[in-house]
Design a protein around this ligand. Structure first.
Ligand code: GRF
Length: 206
């Protein structure tokens, strides 16, 4: 069975989408552990409700050793999924899990990404700029923040009357489709990386 670890920092709607898509048979995999970046986040509750093992590895407690502590908990998994995880992974985990860590970002990378571009800041910047399209990106994680190979993207219209809240809602709908789809493709070995670009061997239906 394909094994996943999910890292989260917030409410965990993307985690829920993965749980639901495993339950309905779309993804053939198991979530071995959900690791939270702090106590009390709703993502951990969602995991517990679904009998998934949880752990908390906080930067406050582990500082520069945070990524190494996480590595100790995930050594037997096939894929690490960052589902609204706000810390930056660094060091050994990036080597050991090269091309086996993915992240979901709420914009069309390379626009509105990188340092300090997370959560509502992304959508606020999109609205401020007046771009006509935004969306989400699932990408591999490497040393560069939001810089790994892009696996999937999907778009939404940005309407003149959109606020960052309405935009966030529209993008989340797309995220909940794209992230499980990327996991499915990887678990079925349908993803190849060629010169930092992803080639998808075969399309899967949603
Ligand atoms: C999502 O918008 C995701 O793209 C970003 O953080 C947010 C997490 O939302 N990385 P949730 O916790 O999955 O609801």
């Amino acid at each position: 069975m394909f094994k996943i670890a999910v890292l989260a920092s917030g409410r965990g709607t993307n985690l829920q989408a993965i749980i639901d898509k495993i339950k309905d048979g779309y993804i053939n995999a198991s979530i071995e552990i959900v690791i939270g970046s702090k106590e009390g986040i709703y993502a951990l509750e969602r995991a517990k409700k679904n009998n998934i093992k949880t752990s908390v590895v906080s930067k406050k407690e582990f500082g520069k050793e945070t990524s190494n502590e996480i590595l100790k908990l995930v050594e037997n998994v096939d894929l690490i999924v960052l589902a609204g995880y706000l810390s930056i992974l660094e060091g050994e985990i990036l080597n050991k899990f090269k091309n086996r860590i993915i992240n979901i970002h709420p914009s069309l990378i390379p626009a509105f990404c990188g340092d300090k571009m997370y959560g509502e800041y992304v959508h606020k910047a999109v609205i401020e700029k007046g771009v006509k399209y935004s969306g989400c990106t699932v990408h591999f994680v490497n040393e560069e923040v939001d810089g790994g190979a892009i696996i999937l993207q999907d778009i939404v219209n940005v309407d003149f009357n959109d606020t960052y809240e309405t935009l966030q809602k529209k993008v989340l709908v797309k995220e909940h489709i794209a992230l499980p789809k990327a996991i499915k493709l990887i678990s079925e070995d349908k993803i190849q990386i060629v010169e930092n670009k992803v080639s998808i061997k075969e399309e899967v239906c949603i």
